[in-house]
Design a protein around this ligand. Structure first.
Ligand code: URA
Length: 202
């Protein structure tokens, strides 16, 4: 993963719990997105899950409900997880690159992501997952390499310095637009399932 983008004025390393981090993130207005959205979508799931999923940013439904992947892409994600025997609230924790909805569902701008990423990095540290699935190019580019292409990087395991195994795949919303992406995503999630099983079985 990229170097943790903490700046002195946004050092969250002293925040010792997810609840405390959430409370602070909900009060954040470091970028212009907060002024235009209804809810800060911190993330949700099982805080002891071995598997973390990271998307791009909240859409309209997520903004309305304050929950990640609550709309159509989320329903598809639930089906994909179900197909590999996992249930989102029991087996995963889900968050996004940015916690506030970019207007019109545009991708977050680099400066917006830069301001928001410290929340996600501290979230990852506190959750300490074994596996991370990056859902789509925005997550890949913001967490791994700004020049990476999801078409090339998907389906290949990467390793963070802290030992987390990371796999990029297409975003579920991309599957809704292009059913041709279903097969590669299925192949990628089979890899996730195999790795997950080997981790939980020790
Ligand atoms: N797309 C995302 O990237 N994240 C969400 O939470 C919902 C849709």
């Amino acid at each position: 993963m990229n170097k943790v983008p903490y700046s002195a004025e946004h050092d969250l390393s002293c925040i010792g719990s997810l609840d405390e981090l959430k409370e602070m993130a909900l009060a954040c207005s470091r970028c212009g997105l907060r002024a235009e959205c209804s809810n800060v979508v911190f993330g949700e799931g099982n805080p002891t899950a071995r598997l973390m999923l990271i998307g791009e940013g909240p859409g309209a439904e997520e903004d309305r409900l304050g929950r990640p992947f609550a709309g159509k892409a989320g329903q598809l994600l639930d089906q994909i997880l179900g197909a590999i025997g996992l249930e989102r609230f029991e087996h995963t924790y889900i968050a996004n690159v940015v916690k506030c909805r970019p207007p019109g569902n545009r991708a977050p701008r680099p400066e917006e992501a830069r301001q928001c990423l410290p929340w996600l990095y501290r979230q990852i540290e506190l959750l300490s997952p074994s596996l991370i699935v990056l859902l789509g190019g925005t997550a890949l580019q913001n967490l791994v390499d700004p020049h990476a292409k999801i078409t090339k990087a998907r389906g290949q395991w990467l390793h963070s310095k802290s030992g987390i195994k990371i796999i990029p795949t297409y975003h579920p919303a991309a599957l809704l637009r292009d059913p041709g992406k279903k097969r590669p995503v299925w192949e990628d999630f089979q890899k996730v399932r195999d790795e997950y099983i080997s981790i939980v079985n020790g």
